[in-house]
Design a protein. Structure first.
Length: 565
């Protein structure tokens, strides 16, 4: 992996690998289809965990104590092509081994050259491509096989172990009255057509929905215990912000313009605080973004009004700063401003973007840690969809808690179309077990209290300097811990390194230790070296008719003049 996993992520990856081993054994020995789930709150890093698992299975991992599986094949299925694109991008960013050769998006021409999914690859498929009018499910001279036949060949062939990964696994499971959904057809197979998927790995924020769906799919599928990430450990990691502040008017009336101005002010406040933090701590600059969530069919006049308010409250806003993520995928002309369409997954890495106009396209699978303020004009009946949006924006921009400014550990939401009862409903959505924002506290009309200016700065420095003792990592490997320590000792980003020669000193120490162990166990080492350098060979000579003429055996030395198969 490109970066160190949090302890809870490493533990979850290890647990998932254990479940996969169980499932693989069930299929190999009893031909028994199985399933299990990985559940974690939004922002906990489910994709990172999955990437670590896939990388470990394809290449092996000493960190996760896993040998490579040359038969492993992954089919990653969602109902959203944008979600697949974002997942693929996250995998490339998180892994130093997975690349375009291993990560394959299934396009309409995929079956033209493919008869089965290949081992050692991750295939991304959105279920819309398997609709009855799509090229993938209709054979032709250019595409002799359908995607269903490719899946069947993969499952029944002898080269691959297929792992079906359902991202947002509770979706696509609802059983219609006339025929099964595409997701259910992939899971269950169809009699006389395609076999059931051997192993189903569901990834969802809500285990209950996925487990209930799997209990209904039939085929005698065994459900192994789910891997549930500990919410407290996610909170302790600092990767998720501590608090969501819900702001609403204390009186009745129309406050759209007033609250939108407040949302812009909140964004500018975040902007100033992040700038001060970056300067004082020599950290990367975070450029916070404002998400403006609209009803399904906003009028042109209303869009012009919103953009005018934003521009008047945010002087000097760049011409590229406002974009839309509407489902129409089209640029808009709003007043004097050209508002480009931007794919949701591209927003995080484009610092020019400061305001995002959206409807519901960013409610699932979107990850933009610098989106820290939400202004939503959705009505009270959309409490669940608004809760999903909030669940997308609670990730901390620097993946850690900020100790010097508590305001940077919260996100702020303005809900002009919500009454007090509706706020209670959305608070319930955010805090009940299994829901998107369960890891954070929800505060209505919060007030920020700055540090007491009458106290000396030394008081705060003393409190911040108090020692803390993290819980030991149950999966910690001594060499990995030593590598991390060396990096800390030699890091000179903020001044002279504490121990510039830490790496060389470690090498010297470990080599001396190995030399000592080799001397202590000299006979065993010599015996094992001989075993490695030599090989017992048996040669059998036969005639063309199969008659045995002679057999002879010998032990070859470290250099073989010939290769015997």
């Amino acid at each position: 992996m490109q970066f160190e996993l949090f302890d809870y992520q490493r533990q979850a990856a290890s647990d998932v690998l254990t479940r996969i081993a169980w499932c693989r054994d069930d299929w190999a020995t009893k031909h028994l289809p199985t399933s299990f789930a990985l559940s974690a709150v939004t922002g906990a890093g489910k994709t990172v965990i999955a990437t670590a698992v896939i990388e470990a299975l394809l290449y092996g991992s000493t960190d996760l104590d896993t040998e490579p599986d040359p038969r492993a094949t992954f089919l990653w299925v969602t109902d959203d092509p944008a979600l697949n694109r974002q997942t693929l991008g996250k995998m490339v960013a998180a892994s130093d081994l997975l690349d375009d050769r291993r990560l394959v998006t299934i396009e309409p021409d995929f079956t033209a050259t493919t008869t089965a999914l290949r081992p050692g690859h991750v295939y991304f498929l959105n279920i819309q491509k398997l609709a009855k009018n799509q090229p993938l499910v209709n054979s032709s001279d250019e595409r002799p096989l359908t995607m269903w036949e490719v899946l069947s060949n993969t499952i029944t062939g002898d080269r691959s172990d297929l792992y079906l990964v359902l991202d947002e696994a509770h979706r696509g499971m609802k059983q219609p009255s006339d025929r099964p959904t595409i997701v259910r057809r992939i899971i269950n197979g169809e009699k006389g057509a395609n076999p059931p998927a051997p192993v189903v790995w569901g990834i969802s924020a809500t285990i209950e929905r996925f487990q209930a769906a799997m209990s209904e799919v039939g085929n005698g599928r065994t459900r192994h215990p789910a891997v549930a990430v500990d919410i407290d450990k996610v909170r302790a990691s600092g990767i998720i912000k501590d608090q969501i502040d819900l702001d609403d008017p204390e009186e009745t009336g129309q406050f759209t313009t007033t609250l939108l101005r407040g949302a812009v002010d909140a964004t500018l406040d975040f902007d100033a605080r992040w700038a001060a933090y970056a300067e004082s701590e020599n950290e990367p600059l975070v450029r916070p973004a404002l998400v403006v969530q609209l009803a399904d069919k906003p009028t042109d006049a209303h869009l012009r009004e919103l953009v005018a308010v934003i521009e008047s409250q945010w002087p000097g806003l760049d011409k590229h700063a406002i974009v839309n993520a509407f489902g129409e995928h089209a640029d808009l002309v709003i007043g004097d401003r050209n508002v480009r369409y931007m794919r949701p997954e591209a927003i995080q890495d484009n610092d020019e973007i400061r305001v995002v106009l959206a409807k519901t396209a960013i409610s699932t699978g979107w990850d933009c840690p610098r989106a820290e303020v939400l202004y939503s004009e959705r009505t009270a009946k959309d409490a669940t969809s608004i809760a999903q949006i909030m669940g997308r924006i609670v990730r901390a921009p620097l993946a850690r808690r900020i100790s010097t400014d508590d305001a940077l550990n919260a996100v702020t939401c303005f809900l002009p179309r919500f009454d007090r009862d509706a706020l209670d409903k959305i608070t319930k959505e955010l805090t009940e077990p299994g829901e998107p924002g369960e890891v954070v506290d929800v505060v209505v009309n919060a007030r920020l209290f700055d540090r007491n200016s009458t106290l000396e700065a030394a008081v705060f420095e003393f409190v911040e300097g108090l020692p803390s003792f993290p819980q030991p990592d149950a999966l910690a490997r001594p060499l990995r811990r030593a590598k991390t320590l060396i990096q800390l000792l030699t890091d000179d980003s903020s001044g002279p390194a504490f121990m510039p020669d830490a790496g060389a000193r470690f090498d010297s120490t470990i080599y001396a230790l190995l030399d000592g162990l080799a001397a202590q166990h000299r006979d065993a080492v010599a015996h094992n070296v001989r075993n490695i350098e030599t090989v017992d060979i048996r040669r059998t000579s036969v005639t063309a008719r199969g008659e045995t003429l002679a057999q002879m055996s010998w032990r070859s030395g470290p250099r073989l003049p010939h290769c015997f198969l």
